[in-house]
Write a protein of this length. Structure first.
Length: 129
């Protein structure tokens, strides 16, 4: 049994299957989930777990070489925008509709319980060497 890190067996297993260049969409409860990617739904109640908790847990386990979010987050959800800027300094911003289109190519979708708008980011996996 694991004693630290991500304990959810479905999420831990899905992360172990990721490779260089694979996309991981971390999303709020309102983001449309595309057909195709594996989905690990962590949402329990509105706000639980939060986008920040899920993102921080994933960033502790993944090598991320790039990230994309919707530019609408800046105005609609300043808290999420600050979090993304702090955690992902090279964040690319696109229109929300484009982020939804890009998410169709993700290998994994991790749905948080976040109930504030535009708390979504598409991470691109890197390598540790």
């Amino acid at each position: 049994m694991k004693k630290s890190g991500i304990l959810n067996r479905h999420l831990s297993g899905a992360l172990a299957e990721l490779g260089h260049g694979d996309g991981v969409l971390v999303c709020d409860v309102g983001m449309p989930i595309p057909d195709g990617p594996r989905v690990v739904d962590l949402a329990f109640r509105a706000g639980v777990p939060s986008f920040a908790e899920v993102l921080d847990g994933l960033l502790a386990e993944l090598v991320v070489e790039g990230a994309t979010a919707a530019y609408e987050v800046r105005e609609a959800n300043p808290g999420a925008a600050r979090l993304l800027d702090e955690r992902l300094p090279d964040l690319a911003l696109v229109p929300h509709d484009e982020l939804k289109s890009l998410s169709a190519g993700a290998r994994l979708v991790v749905r948080s319980g976040e109930a504030r708008p535009y708390a979504n980011v598409l991470l691109r996996c890197g390598v540790f060497f």
